[in-house]
Each structure stands twice: as C-alpha cells, then as structure tokens.
Design a protein around this ligand. Sequence first.
Ligand code: ZN
Ligand code: ZN
Length: 379
Amino acid sequence: MRKKRKRGWAGAVFLTALVSVSLAFADPLPAHDLVPRTPNEDSEVLCDHDFCFWQMTEGEMDEDVVWEVLMQPLTVLQGGQRDQVRVRARPEKGCDEYTGVVTCASQGVHVLRQEGDWTLIEAYSSAEEGSRIQVWAERFQGYVETKLLKELPVNDQYGIVIDKLQQRLYVYKEGHLFSTLLCSTGFPRENTPFHETPAGEYAIVSWVGDFWSDGGLFCAKGLRINKGIMLHEVPCVITTDDSGNEKRDYSRCERYLGEKASHGCIRIQKEKTPQGVNAEWLWNNLSRKPVTKVIIWDELGRSLGYPDEDYPLYYNPKGGKNYHSDPNCLLVREKYRPLTEFTWGELEEKPYSGLTPCPGCAPQLRREGIDTVNEKNTR
Ligand SMILES: [Zn+2]
Ligand SMILES: [Zn+2]
C-alpha cells in the first residue's frame, strides 16, 4: 500500500509536468525551477513516509501535496525554545563527533530509523555564529536520544510555505493557496556563512514582538520559528524630527524584498496583498495552539527560470510608478481598478520599462531581478 501510494505521488508529479507543457499557451508559467529537486534526493538514508516534506518537489505549488505535508504532525526535540541539541555521528553517548545542530521545541526532525535508545534523524543544521559545530544550514543525518522526540499536532486552518529560491512566503488556508507575499531570507557572505536561513520544517512557537537588530533597524511583529530566527515585518529606520514626531522609513530594506538580504530572519512585506495579508496579519491570525507549521524550501542546487513571455502583469495607464500581479491590487486607489493588462515580455519596453515592482501584490521580477536571485544563490 505504502509503495503504491508513493509511486502514485511520483506519477502525479510527472503528470503535472506533462499538463504544464500542454497548457503552456493557455496558462503561462510564472518564474519556476529549471530542474525539479526534492530535499532528500542526496540523502544517505531515505524514508518510506507517505507524505513528507523531504520527498516533495521543491517549488512545486501542487495544493494537494503541499497541504498534505503541512497537515502532518511535526516531530521536535524536547527542550526550551532557545536550547539546541548536537546530533551525533554514531548512536552512542561517548561519540563526540557531531553532524549538525537542531533547535529544540520548534525545529522539525525527519525520523528515519529508531534503534532502541537512539534514533536516526535528518534536518538542516541550525548552528549559529560561534558554534563549535560549523555546519551552517546544511542538510545532515545523525543520531539523537529517542526519549527526546515529541510529536506536535499542527493547526488545520493555516500553514506557511517559504521558498528560499523564490524569496516568497505563501499562506495556505484550508487546503488552498490563499496569498503570496515577498520576503527576504538570510544572505550569507564568505565570512558570514551562519547568516543562511536553515530550510526544513518548523512550528511558530512564540509571539516575541518588536525588537532592534544590527545597524539600528527596528523589526516589528517577530514570531519565533528557530531560536533567534523570527518571521517579522520588513525592518525600518526610525527617526524623530525637530518637533518630536516619529518617522518610520522602510525604503532601506523594502527594496530588497524578493531577494536574500537578512542575517537569518525572514523579513516579510508590510504592505497588504490583494487578500489583505501582511506581516501584521500573520501576527494577528495564525494559530498559537495547535501550532502553525512553517515549511522552508532550500535554494541549494536550484535555479530560477524566466516566466513565459505572455505571463500577465498589470499597470495604471493614468499614472503610478509600480507594476502589479493583480488587476485589483489594494495599493492602487479604487477608481483606477481594475488595472490594465500587459505581459512580462513587454516589461523592458516603453511605457513599462520605468515601472518598479509593487511592494504589495508580489509581481514577477524583471529578468534582471531573477538573475540577481540566482547570483545570490552561489554558496
Ligand atoms: Zn519522510
Ligand atoms: Zn500591486
């Protein structure tokens, strides 16, 4: 039964590929993966789970598959939200060789094989700056004590998917994609590899709130998913004028939404999507108990292709500086809606060449923006 189901799943993926080819003219493709990959395809030990994050095709927005995975309970390690467990190379207490680091309470582990007191697991390493185990955001397998494992039930109304290749956050509601937001995940440089955001499965475990980060940036509405890693509103710089009035300037970080930019946190747009979703909405609407699941697709080994030339975009011929993904974008005044359609292929021509991507409705990036996304993926 198990085997059969699995094959069915692979078959569905194949069929989807065929259908998307045959529908290419009727339903143009957005920017998409050039080569399909699953998180576990290079894994030493594979699993036989029916529905599992580790077997999904990254970046594939098949609602049924995504929802099944989002609804599976999450296996975490017992401990505090700031505690971490070093995962051993061999199933024995005396083993001081470690393969990676897992954060307790919120980070999901992939259970592969139970061997009595020890369990072989898989995860992406959550090692932080200064960690002795220098495995940064890489996928690894290793052993933890079986008694640490705990299963968390998850909320069945909402689930979150973050794609580090697309730099988008997808809100799923009751089995369907509800809204798409722009985000920025960690951007590591050569000497800061610990800034990469680890992929994998997580639970939102704490409504932390507002905090200050490096460089005088103010971050609002922080939701903890992995020790110091939060989902939060795109940061701003706060200034006070001569009469004591506070001004919040988001321009410094907002323009990087849609590409890697942070020190590990996931910055989320503050403007509303056409469905009314933004960082504040997540703060107000997601479930605390049972926990809301967040899955993060890795970008390693993947690259983004261009959308079809006839992929639809929208603008306001009477003015406005942005181009949009939705003819009824909430950032455009009602009297100008619905907006006028043009195509992604025309984006470099007049009068569209001067338009900037809307910070609300997550439109497809320009050719140049997609190139930047791919260039930032060379770790
Ligand atoms: Zn599995
Ligand atoms: Zn818009």
